[in-house]
Design a protein around this ligand. Structure first.
Ligand code: SAM
Length: 287
């Protein structure tokens, strides 16, 4: 393998979710670095990848520039360095950002053996729109800061993704219901790819109740739908429809305005018909 940094994604639960390429890289890299050296050794054992005299170097959140410099020295000496975080994809709520930046700046190749990540796994299971999403990672621990962060995310035009712990999920759901609206749809995705995988799909308020009654265990991703229920006054709707009706058919005007306000098309179509009739009548009176 050529000199450079090879980011290796590892399973978030089921060990067999590792990719064949990840195993190839771990088998043949000159140097292996890991956030958690014990769990990486265990993964290598499970898949029968021999270390063959290689040591596994620790690189985690507290590793400083010195450790990065040592890894870069290996690359300068022509060695390939594989890096894995404890679980899932490195850099995704995990260490590796400084390492990638420094290795790229030093002029070495950075490549990736992509694989599992809890954010993508949860998005694919939540049953909420995935056309756009915002990965918000872990919320702050302090309640005030958490509420402020949630409020700042209120208008994000996409699904929100949070990493959570079972200890804090009750407080987060309560704060999210307060800051984002209790009627927003959400999905609590727990223990993904593991034996007790569970998805609870409901509104934020109902999920808060469900978590109080039945506290979840294990690792959690919370997905929250974007805001839909911006209240629009009837007169604003009528004004938008009148404007649209000057340029297009009743059907197209209803489509446009219902999409713009994310409201049911049927109701807007009835309004558009009524307005179109009234306009027709007015014009009739003038002649
Ligand atoms: N790098 C990882 C990734 O790509 O998803 C994330 C690491 S972050 C330190 C750990 C958090 O990810 C957990 O607290 C949880 O929110 C989420 N997570 C990881 N594995 C999970 C799983 N199997 N089920 C649900 N959430 C998981």
């Amino acid at each position: 393998m050529a000199a450079g940094l090879y980011l290796v994604a590892t399973p978030i639960g089921t060990a067999r979710d590792i990719t064949l390429r990840a195993l190839d890289i771990l088998a043949s890299a000159d140097v292996i670095a890991a956030e958690d050296t014990r769990s990486l050794r265990r993964l290598l054992e499970i898949h029968g990848v021999p270390l063959g005299g290689r040591s596994v170097l620790a690189y985690h959140d507290h590793s400083g520039a010195g450790t990065r410099a040592r890894l870069i020295e290996h690359m300068a000496a022509g060695r390939s360095v594989a890096y894995a975080s404890e679980a899932g994809t490195p850099l995704i709520a995990d260490p590796g950002f400084d390492l990638v930046r420094d290795v790229a700046q030093a002029g070495f190749t950075v490549t990736s053996a992509p694989g599992p990540s809890a954010v993508v796994t949860a998005l694919s299971l939540a049953g909420l729109p995935t056309d756009a999403f915002f990965f918000a990672g872990f919320l702050p621990n302090a309640r005030g800061a958490r509420q402020a962060r949630l409020s700042a995310l209120r208008e994000v035009p996409g699904s929100l993704v949070f990493y959570e712990s079972p200890k804090r999920i009750a407080a987060t759901l309560e704060d999210a219901a307060g800051a984002l609206g209790g009627d927003r749809q959400a999905a609590l995705c727990r223990e993904l790819t593991k034996r007790f995988e569970e998805i609870r799909r409901d509104t934020l308020s109902n999920l808060a109740r469900s978590v109080a009654e039945q506290p979840p265990k294990g690792e959690i991703v919370l997905i929250v739908d974007r805001a839909h229920s911006r209240t629009v006054s009837e007169s604003d709707l009528a004004s938008d429809l009148r404007d649209a009706l000057q340029r297009m058919s009743v059907k197209d005007a209803a489509d446009l305005v219902s999409r713009a306000h994310d409201l049911p098309r049927r109701k807007i179509y009835q309004m558009a018909l009524q307005l179109d009739r009234e306009t027709g009548d007015d014009q009739g009176d003038d002649t």
